[in-house]
Write a protein that binds this ligand. Sequence first.
Ligand SMILES: Cc1cc2nc3c(=O)[nH]c(=O)nc-3n(C[C@H](O)[C@H](O)[C@H](O)COP(=O)(O)OP(=O)(O)OC[C@H]3O[C@@H](n4cnc5c(N)ncnc54)[C@H](O)[C@@H]3O)c2cc1C
Length: 419
Amino acid sequence: MVDQNKKPIAVIGGGISGITAAVEASEAGQNVILLEKDPWLGGRVFMLHKYFPKLCSPLCGMEINFQRIRNNNKVRIMTQTEVQSISGSQGNFKLTVKTKPEMVNSNCTACNKCVDVCPEERSDDFNLGMKKTKAVYFRHPMAFPTHYAIDADACKGESCGKCVPACEYKAIDLSAKEKTEDIEVSSVIYATGWKPYDASKIDYYGFGKYKNVVNNVMMERISSPTGPTEGKITRPSDGKEVKNIAFVQCAGSRDRNHLPYCSAICCLASFKQATYVREQYPDSNVTIFYIDIRTPGKYDTFQQKIAEDPNVNMVKGKVAKIEEDKATGDVIVTAEHILEGKKVEHRMDMVVLATGMEPNGAGSGTGLPVHGEDGFIALDQLNPGMFTTGVAKNPTDVTNSLMDAMSTVLRTMKTGDKA
Ligand SMILES: Cc1cc2nc3c(=O)[nH]c(=O)nc-3n(C[C@H](O)[C@H](O)[C@H](O)COP(=O)(O)OP(=O)(O)OC[C@H]3O[C@@H](n4cnc5c(N)ncnc54)[C@H](O)[C@@H]3O)c2cc1C
C-alpha cells in the first residue's frame, strides 16, 4: 500500500521511460510530478518512423500511454520545465524548477489559425533542421499535451502580436513570464534520455559538409509521413529518389576519440531502415558497412531475415572516408573489405551514418548528475532516494527502457531502498 501522506515522486524527462515510470507509479497510488523540458511529452521515440522488430508505428504504444496519463489526477505534468537545484535528502527533497513562459495555454484546440498568420520562421529541431516551422508551431499531429507552443527565440512577441487576435479561444498570451517554483518530493527519477552523437566531429565522414550524408535519426524523419519529405525517401541535396544507399555502422561508436561504447541499437536501426528503402523502391540496393553486427537475443532473427535479401549487401570493414562528387551530389564511400582483403569504393545516392545515442547529461552545463566520461547517470553513484532509468542510465531499446522504468518505480516506492 502506498502511504497517502508520502510526498510525490519527481520524474525528470517525459520520454517513453519517464512516461512509463509516471503512469506505473501513479496507477499504484503514488502521486507523481513529471517534468519535461520540451513543450510536449514523448521524447525521441516520436521521431521514429517504425519500431524494430515488428516494424509497427511507435505512435500506437505512445497513444496508449497518453490515454493512461490524460485523465490521471495523480500525475502533474510540467512541460517546458527544468530543475535548477535539488536540496534535502531521501524522503524530503526540495526541487527548484523553472518553467519557460507559457505563451500558449490549454485553451488551445490546435486549430492552426495562429500558424496561418505568423510571419516568423524557425528551424524545425524535431526534423533536425531539414524543415522549417512558424514561430508558433505544433511538433507532431499526435503531440501531447495537445496545444501549440511558441519559440521565444523566433517570435517577435508583442511587437508583432498577429496570432493573438487570430486565436478565438484566447489561448495566446505573449506577455507570459518565466516561473520559478519549489516542489517537495520524496524521491527523484532521472529519465533524461539521449541525443544523436554529433557526427560532424568525425571529420572524415563529411557530415554537415555534404548534404547527402545524414545521420540515422534524420533517416527516421526522412522516412516518416510526418517528416520533411512526407515519407518519400529522397536525398536532401536535390530530392532525387534514394535507390543506392549505404549505412555506415559504428559511426563514432566504440571509438575512444568519440563514443567509447556500443549504443546497442544502431545495427538494428540500420537493418530496420534498410526495409524502409527496400519497400519503397523494389529496385534499390542497400550496402551496410560494419565492423561486427550486434543484434542480441530475439533481434538476431530480424537481422538475418533482412540480410537474406539479395539487394542488401553486407561489407565487413571500417569506412575510411566519405567524399562528395560535386557535379552529381553523389557520395563516394571508401572502405576496407576485410573478407576480400582489399580496398573498395562505392558510389551512393545517400549515406546514413549509424551514430550512437549520447546521454543528455554529456557535456558541461546540463545540470544533470553524470558519472564517468560517458555522461550516463549511474544508479550506484546517486544519493539515496535518487534513481535513473532508460537511456539516461545506459544505451538501450524501448522494450528494455519500459522494463527498467517499471522496476525503477518499484524500487522508488520501497522507501529506503536504493539499489
Ligand atoms: C536511429 C535510432 C532508431 C531507433 N529505433 C528504435 C526502434 O525501432 N525500436 C526500439 O525499441 N528502440 C529504438 N531506438 C532506441 C529508442 O529511441 C530509445 O530506447 C528510447 O528513445 C529511450 O527513451 P528514453 O525515454 O529513455 O529517452 P528519450 O526518448 O531521449 O526521452 C528523454 C526525455 O527527457 C527530456 N529531457 C532531457 N533532459 C531533460 C532535463 N534536463 N529536464 C527535463 N527533461 C529533460 C527530453 O526532452 C525527452 O523528452 C532507436 C534509436 C535510434 C538512435
